[in-house]
Design a protein around this ligand. Structure first.
Ligand code: C5P
Length: 212
């Protein structure tokens, strides 16, 4: 069987306000990096595009370190047409500051208003523009982190972003080695309570491989 290539986005993005401050999302990158390590162990070619985390991937993994959502989109776009599987695990910041200050903004005791602009949706823009590319990945996995209506919101995202599978979880999983989640495909929903992320990664990847 031809070696499969998997592209994974992981970690948070950082949207800088000035040289020291930024807005971001809570994300340790553990789920994305665990998926990358497991895919590597399964013999796949792995490309990991990651926002800032404290994690270090194995040497076999092609690693692209980014900071902002725009940088993540540029990097993911380069590899998207060449991969068999795309796993969008990154907790992308939905907004970025409208203005970047070259100098550190001085505090003066008054409220500070920040204007935020919406960031590009990486997954959505890749699936929408796939016609420009020669091909698109055969299988796309996304994640949804919700505090309410978990399954309904995840199903809507899966349809809107043309995913083949979505992993729906809640904020309790951030930074933890375990998670409680629902893994949803077009055919079924599997629910897991307090499952180690490494075990979940193996399940996601084996469900993906049988669908290729
Ligand atoms: O943030 P949201 O819940 O919409 O995320 C759903 C999926 O879309 C996730 O897989 C996430 O990685 C991806 N996403 C993205 N670019 C964004 C926001 C989310 O690729 N700007």
């Amino acid at each position: 069987m031809k070696k499969k290539t998997v592209l994974i986005t992981a970690g948070p993005t950082r949207e800088y306000i000035d040289p020291v401050r930024y807005i971001s999302n809570g994300s340790s990158g553990k789920m994305g990096y665990t998926l990358a390590e497991e895919a590597d162990r399964m013999g796949m070619d792995v490309i990991l595009v990651s926002g800032p985390t404290n994690l270090v991937p194995s040497r076999d993994i092609k690693f692209i370190r980014v900071s902002s959502a725009k940088e993540m989109l540029t990097a993911a776009k380069k590899y998207f047409p060449k991969c068999d599987i795309f796993i969008s695990c990154a907790a992308v910041s939905d907004y970025r500051p409208a203005k970047y200050s070259l100098e550190k903004i001085k505090k003066n005791g008054s409220p500070l208003n920040l204007k935020l602009l919406p960031n590009p949706d990486i997954l959505l823009s890749l699936v929408k523009s796939f016609k420009q590319f020669r091909s698109r990945p055969k299988f796309i996995v996304g994640f949804a982190l919700e505090t309410e209506n978990l399954i309904a919101n995840a199903l809507a995202k899966m349809k809107n972003k043309r995913m083949d599978m979505i992993v729906a979880n809640n904020p309790d999983s951030i930074g933890s080695v375990r998670t409680s989640c629902a893994l949803i495909t077009k055919e079924k929903i599997m629910r897991f309570q307090n499952i180690p992320k490494i075990r979940l990664a193996k399940i996601i990847l084996s469900e993906t491989i049988i669908s290729l």
